[in-house]
Structure formats: C-alpha cells, structure tokens
Design a protein around this ligand. Structure first.
Ligand code: CO
Length: 208
C-alpha cells in the first residue's frame, strides 16, 4: 500500500464533502452530538460508520479485538462513561461479526501470549453457554453461535455498569446486540431482550 494514496484520498474526500455542503467542516468543528455508541471488533473488514451508512459526527466508536466490554479495561470503560454520561447517547450497540479471528482463537488451545487474558473472557462466554454450544455438531455453526453469544454477554457487561443503569432510568437509553455478516455484508439485529436481561440481573448488579 502506498500511503501517499491516503493523503490523495483525503484531498478528494474534502472536495466531495464541500461539494455537497460548503459548511460541512465548519459544522464539524463546532462539536459532536452523536446519538449512538458503537462497540465493535478491530477487524479491518468491519468498518463501523461505512457499513451503517453514517458520517462524521453521527456515531461514537470503540473497537477492540472481538468487541469486548471488560469491566477492568480502562479504555472501553472510559469510552462508555464518556459517551453515556457526557455525550448522552441514547443507544449503545455491541456489534460482533461472523468469522471473527478473536473468537476463533479463543476456541483453540494455543498459547497466544498477551492475548491469553483478553481471549479468556470469550472462553468464559463459552463456559456459560457450554451446553448449548456443545450441542452444535457443525463447527462453523458453533463458531457463529459463539460470536452471537459473545455479543449478548458483552451487552450484559454493559448493563452491569452504573452509567448504563442510570441512563436507562433517567432517559431510556437502550443496549443493542448486532452481528455483521462478512460473507454478505448484512447487519443483523440479534434482538437481545435488554429489559429482560436488566430485570434478571438487577438483583445482583444494581448500582443505584
Ligand atoms: Co473480530
């Protein structure tokens, strides 16, 4: 890849934006007011704004390996806190994707160094859903299902946070679990039962 292309692309992108809206960058410079926090995988094929057809200013984004929401990860927790309490987003999305290398790595027994503690969180998802997953004979289907269950458990991790619980109570913020199918380009809503999960775990995790 010639990185010079990146800067040429940027010049063209500026022209294109100003061509449709002369005040585009003046508005962008004034600040941001996104309604959506998107937490997705770092995978280069899953491009956040592009696949949702959203532009600059419309979505606050956090990406890490296998779209994890880990309570002691200062990075993701800072993003959630800032987006929910300061930007006051009304929707938080965890978006996984089929053919996720992070999820696949967690299903194997290899020692992956620094990735071990990160991927262990996905092994915990497997353990929580072991009966269902062990009942799936087809390895590809099992892997797809683990991608979905991982999204669901990361949504549960969001629901455990004080910021999300308060924002739900104060302004009806909701959490959504999605999966991107890299084979078709389709974005799928897993329709996780946000309020059901909230009711089910509040007895243990309520913080306000
Ligand atoms: Co991935």
């Amino acid at each position: 890849m010639d990185l010079k292309n990146v800067f040429d692309n940027n010049v063209n992108w500026i022209k294109e934006k100003l061509g449709t809206d002369a005040g585009f960058f003046d508005n962008l410079g004034k600040g941001q007011n996104p309604e959506l926090l998107y937490i997705g995988c770092s995978d280069s094929r899953v491009t956040a704004e592009d696949l949702m057809g959203l532009g600059p200013g419309e979505v606050f984004v956090h990406r890490n390996i296998a779209n994890m929401v880990i309570s002691i990860d200062l990075n993701v927790m800072s993003v959630v806190n800032y987006a929910v309490e300061h930007l006051k987003v009304n929707h938080v999305v965890v978006c996984g994707h089929y053919a996720c290398g992070g999820v696949k790595a967690a299903m194997q027994s290899a020692d992956l160094g620094i990735l071990n503690p990160w991927l262990r969180n996905i092994r915990d998802v497997y353990r929580l859903h072991r009966d269902e997953l062990n009942g799936i004979a087809d390895e590809e289907k099992k892997y797809d299902r683990l991608v979905e269950l991982n999204v669901q458990e990361q949504c549960v991790n969001l629901i455990k946070t004080a910021a999300v619980q308060k924002a739900y109570r104060d302004r009806g913020l909701t959490v959504h679990g999605w999966v991107f199918d890299v084979h078709t380009g389709k974005l799928i809503d897993l329709k996780i039962d946000f309020e059901g999960i909230l009711r089910h775990i509040m007895e243990i995790y309520h913080l306000d």
